[in-house]
Design a binder for this molecule. Sequence first.
Ligand SMILES: [Zn+2]
Length: 554
Amino acid sequence: MTVSLYRRYRPAQFKQIVAQDAAVQVITKALEEKRVSHAYLFSGPRGCGKTTLARLLAKSLNCTGQKQSVEPCNDCPNCLAINGGESLDVIEIDGASNNSVDEVRELKAHVSLSAFSSLYKVYIIDEVHMLSLSAFNALLKTLEEPPSHVVFILATTEPHKVPVTIRSRCQHIPFRKIDVQNIVKSLSMVAHNENRNAEEEALWEIARQADGAMRDALSLLEQVMALAEQELRLVDVSRLLGGGSRPELERWVSRVRSGDISVFSELQEMFQRGASPQKVVEDLFVIFRDLWIVASWGGGALQFIEGSSKEKIFLEQESKDWNPDHLLKIMDFCAQILPQVRMGMRSDVLSGLFLNKLIEHGSLVTKELEKTREPHSLPPEDHPAFKEKWGKVLASLLYGEIHIYCALLHASVFLEKNVLSLKFPDYCNYSMELVSIERNSFVLQQKIKEIFEGELTLRIICGDKTTECDLSQSPLLAEIEEAIVEIQDEPTSSLPFDDLPPTAEIRPEFGNEQEDDETVFSGLVDTVLRWGGGEVLLHKKDNVEELDGGITEE
Ligand SMILES: [Zn+2]
């Protein structure tokens, strides 16, 4: 009988454990400083290396081989016995099947006996959250003060189900899910050691399917190896998983845009081949999410997305044909429908709902709509000359007006006759308001006028809100032109505000209500407010005690 892959490739040293750096560091440091705790609680998702680390700790504690570091030698009788699961001093207990109080009492009776052939007795209790409450209570005292030669390692996937009294007596070490990239790396190494070639996409598909559990990934790899010829291909993985692989879904997403009704039957066929509706919805969500990220933030965002090189090429090309708003709505739909799918929604109902949603958001352009479109007519905003000029407008804002530049990054630009529309997605209300502030829209219009060499009306849209700014009618422009003329008339004065009398002169006498400074400043405050966008919350008069009612709120 052959030993399964995940047992053959189980890490034999601390440094071989993948993606659990923090947990490994805590344990190796404790070993180096000879301050190993008497009880540990390892928690984390299944198949992420909890039992493996527990065994390594047991080996390192009992290893009698010549060694420089805390790594076990894997050669001495103790190491070999633990590797073979034959050590009498490393006792592995399955908490799920030995969960009664009697079994814990029996364990307690043996704890005090000294170790058989090693320095330490190590008890590894897996799935410890399955113990009954009375079993936990029976364990409490032993866990608090075990004999000095005993180490308890409790492992669980659900630490919140372990009573606080137990948790507080252990050193709690959380483990994390292994990321897809690290699983792919390990799978590739294993395939290489087994003298098998493997397609990159096939390994990514297996790793994704494993959902962070290395054990599951290696089991799946073993099944694919049994099924496939010399080379492990994506089709073999798909055959095993029964349809709904990432490349298959990617192709489906591309076909959605073609408007062919066959997308409905294709989805149906995937389900008939055994794809799980839940997995399909989850995977579609991930694809639409990745597309949305690339469509919104551009190709630079690809470095933050997990995926094979082929998948990244797909995302980069496909994202150009999708509107981020639509993608967001489809993601919303996937998230909303997922609970119902988990409860067992019929697959044909699901396909129908998907079709309905995609048409609703205009992603699925139906044949009739397609026909009404004129062939090869580019909308003006897609014209290279327009794109270049708009790029120049953005570039001119980059220095000095970075806040406008940043806000505009969220906007889609449309051109119709002499109206330039900036459309912000619903969630970018703030950016829309920032651009709409008179001062900012004025600056933007100036830049547009300069670069497009003509008058364009600016329309700013977000959800139901629309603001229109016509540069020629801006009272601000007249005001500024006036101010500029004044400056030119009087070269010694550098600012129009200098024309105001010095503040000391206009300050009213205490109690003199007639001569109010409010009138002097009101015009100036108005201009500042319109330029900067804001409102007056508090106006405090000079020299007036607050209790006298000197504060007026506007
Ligand atoms: Zn050893």
